[in-house]
Write a new protein. Structure first.
Length: 138
């Protein structure tokens, strides 16, 4: 009888071990500590160019669409989005590199794309007349 009770206890303990979910441990690294050779290989930009763009969109990336702070620095947001779009990397892999989940990475990609789109008018000038359009086509 006691042996059956012991087997039940062991079986219950095994079920509890398998039912608890393991927490995912992210490896977080400081991307700007990479040297000038490895940084462009990983992000397709020089550090100076990345810093220029980050400073340009910093105010847009500090707050989410509801007006709350995002919790991630603008640097991490920009570099994560660039890894996803510039290298066509899977969002979960790009997020793992910076310690972010896939859902957070997806939101960051949207936020960075919108921030860059807000500043596109200062860098892209579309022709306004037919003559300008013809001149550009030559």
């Amino acid at each position: 009888m006691q042996a059956l009770h012991s087997l039940d206890v062991i079986q219950t303990m095994e079920q509890l071990e398998h039912s608890t979910r393991r927490r995912k441990v992210y490896r977080i690294s400081d991307s700007f500590s990479l040297d000038d050779v490895d940084f462009p290989k990983r992000y397709r930009f020089k550090k100076s160019t990345a810093n220029y763009i980050i400073n340009l969109v910093r105010d847009d990336l500090n707050l989410d669409r509801r007006g709350f702070e995002t919790g991630q620095s603008p640097e991490i947001q920009f570099l994560t989005a660039i890894r996803c779009s510039g290298r066509r990397e899977v969002q979960e892999d790009a997020g793992d590199h910076h310690g972010l989940s896939q859902v957070t990475t997806s939101r960051i990609c949207v936020r960075v794309a919108r921030a860059l789109a807000r500043h596109s008018a200062s860098f892209f000038k579309m022709p306004t007349t037919f003559a300008e359009e013809e001149r550009n086509m030559r």
